[in-house]
Design a protein around this ligand. Structure first.
Ligand SMILES: Nc1ncnc2c1ncn2[C@@H]1O[C@H](COP(=O)(O)OP(=O)(O)OP(=O)(O)O)[C@@H](O)[C@H]1O
Length: 250
């Protein structure tokens, strides 16, 4: 199957904490308009890899290109301006601030005028009607699912061309996981390219166009969901985990 031209391309990437590399020799690509998954067991290095791409960690080797331009080593803030948004694990919202202010903070330092910020906030509320209802409430009073939606909304108002999400379904009830995937479908339909780290494997493979499996910091397999489904490689990457985790919410 031919894939679209890459909007994000990673090559020979190594990154770690201090001297110990956690992720080694990783190559991956996200095509324009594609939804791509990064799967792998706990500790495989998925979050570390996303942080290196979004400029939160400095790679010790390798190349990262966004829309054809080298971005390795650039600061996270610079990359946001270039169209790369990262929804980190654990719903990093400002709990004491209102829902509306949280969305506003997502646009901080983008240099947008008031009218444009209001327009983008309204778009976010259209995608997440529950957030509109709770606009004046403190973000900390939202349910877990709503907090996750708020974290995604904060990233979306920056109008990213590539949206990276680290386990958006973490800790959510199955019905809310479905809601996360519905929203991701809407986001993809708007032409945003998506790189998704997830543990709900079945549902993720049902959503993405292409997937990479990370094991011990290296890419162990890559393919379309159909190609990966013909092998045992995904299951093997999760060996040692409870079968229930593999079944996800499907
Ligand atoms: N700040 C840190 N300092 C040192 N080691 C770290 C740090 N953060 C993560 N690690 C180590 O890096 C390895 C990869 O962690 P990472 O969080 O990238 O994995 P993951 O695949 O995202 O797993 P999970 O699904 O648990 O989030 C683990 O061995 C972890 O202990």
């Amino acid at each position: 199957m031919s894939r679209p031209e890459p909007i994000l391309a990673v090559d020979g990437l190594a990154v770690g904490y201090g001297v110990v590399p956690i992720v080694r020799d990783v190559a991956l690509a996200v095509g324009r308009g594609e939804a791509v998954a990064l799967l792998g067991a706990n500790g495989a290095g998925k979050s570390t890899l996303l942080k290196a791409i979004s400029g939160l960690l400095k790679p010790s080797a390798g190349r990262i290109r966004l829309a054809g331009k080298d971005i390795q080593g650039l600061a996270a803030e610079t990359l946001v301006g270039r169209g790369l948004s990262h929804v980190a694990e654990g719903r990093r919202i400002f709990r004491k601030e209102s829902v509306a202010d949280n969305i506003q903070l997502g646009m901080y330092r983008l240099g947008l005028g008031r009218a444009e910020m209001a327009r983008r906030r309204d778009e976010a509320f259209t995608l997440f009607p529950a957030l509109r209802e709770k606009a004046p409430a403190a973000a900390g009073t939202l349910s877990g699912g709503q907090q996750q939606m708020l974290a995604i909304a904060q990233a979306l108002v920056r109008r990213p061309s590539v949206l990276m999400l680290d386990e958006p379904s973490l800790g959510l009830a199955p019905i809310l996981v479905d809601e996360v995937f519905r929203v991701l479908g809407d986001i993809r339909a708007q032409g945003v390219s998506v790189l998704l780290v997830e543990q709900v494997v079945e549902q993720t493979l049902g959503f993405v166009d292409f997937a990479y499996v990370l094991a011990n910091g290296r890419i162990a397999a890559a393919g379309t969901p159909a190609e990966l489904g013909r092998t045992d490689v995904v299951r093997q990457a999760y060996l040692g985990r409870a079968p229930a985790d593999l079944e996800g919410a499907a």
